[in-house]
Write a protein that binds this ligand. Structure first.
Ligand code: ZN
Length: 303
């Protein structure tokens, strides 16, 4: 029986419904040496984000995947506090973001050390938080993988192979995903356990099809920004038979420590309230919508 590790313990498919596979509760996109980087009062984050999560729960969201990795303000203590206050299970990553958000210790670490570190968070817990990492988040430079990004990816493939955890990569260019799949396959990690985060940012639709053909998950995760374009491509992917490899999310939220009081979060409800009705209006069947919003995200993150 597979389950997804969350802030509220492992969850089976019968305990979950609609899952948002790419959102944020807390992110800091400033450089790591900025004074106050990733700092916030935990209670203030809980106060700001609780109403947003309650609104999401009211429209049927049963879990969200937090995509803030090491480098952009991963704060598992904060995520756990928000999760416990709302009783929403949150899936938290191990892994490291791209340059220039890669901390010195990661630059200095060996590939095998990084793999051991990821595996310890995937099989044990993150930083004595009591929370097990549910997946591996990483990224790649827009012009191609740098040496340190390649080291992180190779370490992730090893840790993922040992744990069956899914790897998700923020990769803006399809050409770079091609390289990433080559690298992980050479280590013996299946493309079927790789999520191409921000697939929609690649204008060349042929590359979406190519990576789907190789087995990877495609994630359209800026729902709400380009609905007509997304809708067209979703229909084309469904027609091509890739409906079981597609994930939808919004990349929204979040408490931003760079802004006074954390700023004004964007609601998590757009997909359910506005976009799913557009899919229905386009003639996409309810069973397919269920697959895209319930079955697929569970299968992607479960192990
Ligand atoms: Zn994101």
């Amino acid at each position: 029986m597979t389950s997804i590790p969350t802030t509220l313990g492992p969850k089976r498919s019968d305990e979950l419904g609609l899952i948002l596979p790419h959102e944020h509760i807390f992110v800091d996109l400033r450089t790591l040496d900025t004074p106050g980087f990733a700092q916030a009062d935990v209670e203030q984050v809980v106060q700001l984000m609780t109403p947003e999560i309650e609104k999401a729960q009211a429209v049927g969201v049963t879990a969200i995947v937090e995509c803030s990795a090491v480098g952009v303000g991963r704060r598992v203590d904060i995520i756990r506090a928000v999760s416990e206050a709302t009783q929403l299970p949150v899936v938290v990553p191990t892994g490291v973001y791209r340059e220039p958000w890669v901390p010195d210790w990661v630059h200095n670490a060996s590939e095998s050390y990084l793999a051991e570190w990821m595996l310890s968070e995937l099989q044990g817990e993150i930083e004595d938080s009591g929370v097990q990492a549910g997946w591996i988040k990483l990224s790649a430079g827009d012009e191609g993988l740098t040496d340190v990004e390649t080291k992180i990816l190779r370490a992730a493939a090893t840790a993922g192979r040992e744990s069956n955890a899914v790897i998700g990569s923020h990769t803006i260019q399809g050409q770079v995903v091609r390289d990433q799949l080559d690298i992980i396959e050479a280590i013996g990690y299946a493309p079927e356990r790789f999520i191409w985060i921000h697939t929609q940012a690649e204008p060349e639709f042929e590359l979406h099809l190519e990576m789907a053909q190789r087995g990877a998950w495609l994630e359209y995760d800026w729902i709400g920004n380009q609905d007509e374009d997304d809708l067209l491509k979703i229909q084309q992917l469904l027609d091509a038979g890739y409906g079981n490899q597609l994930l939808l999310s919004q990349d929204r939220g979040w408490y931003d420590p760079a802004l006074p009081g954390g700023g004004v979060p964007q609601p998590y409800t757009y997909l359910v309230e506005k976009f799913l009705p557009k899919l229905r209006a386009a003639g996409i069947e309810e069973a397919t919508i269920h697959q895209l919003t319930h079955t697929n995200p569970f299968r992607a993150f479960a192990r």
